[in-house]
Design a binder for this molecule. Structure first.
Ligand code: ZN
Length: 239
């Protein structure tokens, strides 16, 4: 269920893999996505399993739109799913979930001040400024020293894009310019996320430098599986 889980100060965080759920086929088995064709009852069951494993009474997720909007769980009504790509909390016991299949999942925390955020960042989110949006929001609420953990995503040797899109990203994020293993233009979104976090003075751990969601079937991958791909995720909770 958890590919990586750890505690840092008052924050617990974990990155899921495909194991330990009840979904079948392209969603097998721990699909956390709700708009990809999987049976909603099975997805609910998967989400409940993750919440139980984390020991959280409530797991809040977001409708991710590749933007830079942020939502605090304190403003989210029970059962509400805010449209956002940054979800933040200053409340103990509430789990935050970000869901991905090739995009980059990030957890950012100020463990001393009990503040945490999960971030969904793909190519569009990187350009929209979703990473600084999360950092700004945490700092505006009193965060001092920030730490981040970056999870599994499509690697720069696989994430092929049209030349114009690559040029567009590289204008702001030169580190994100890449080439596929077959020699075509590509973007390394993870590299862009890491360079932006460094520029923002966030102490960052790249948990997945050697992982690639497209190459490795332990992950769900939109590029590899298409429309029906499941979603894995990152979860974070303040204790
Ligand atoms: Zn790859």
């Amino acid at each position: 269920m958890f590919w990586n889980s750890q505690t840092s100060g008052k924050v617990d965080l974990a990155f899921t893999d495909r194991e330990g759920g009840v979904s079948h086929g392209p969603w097998g088995s721990l699909n956390l996505g709700t708009s990809n064709g999987d049976d909603p009852a099975l997805v609910d069951s998967n989400l409940a399993r993750v919440a139980e494993a984390l020991g959280v009474r409530r797991l809040v997720r977001m409708t991710q739109v590749h933007g830079a909007s942020a939502a605090w769980v304190e403003d989210v009504a029970p059962g509400e799913i805010p449209e956002a790509d940054v979800l933040l909390s200053r409340t103990p016991g509430v789990g935050l979930l970000v869901r991905v299949a090739d995009c980059t999942p990030v957890v950012i925390a100020a463990t001393d001040e009990s503040l945490v955020a999960v971030v969904h960042c793909g190519r569009a989110g990187l350009l929209a400024g979703v990473v600084p949006a999360a950092v700004d929001e945490l700092r505006a609420h009193g965060a001092t020293a920030l730490q981040a953990w970056v999870g599994p995503r499509a690697c720069g040797r696989c994430y092929e894009l049209p030349q114009e899109m690559v040029d567009d990203v590289a204008q702001t994020f030169p580190d994100a310019r890449s080439t596929t293993s077959w020699g075509t233009p590509a973007v390394d979104v993870g590299a862009g996320v890491l360079s932006r976090l460094a520029a923002l003075d966030v102490q960052t751990t790249d948990l997945a430098a050697d992982e690639c969601t497209i190459e490795d079937e332990r992950w769900f991958s939109y590029r590899r599986q298409g429309q029906d791909s499941g979603r894995f995720g990152a979860v974070a909770v303040i204790r």
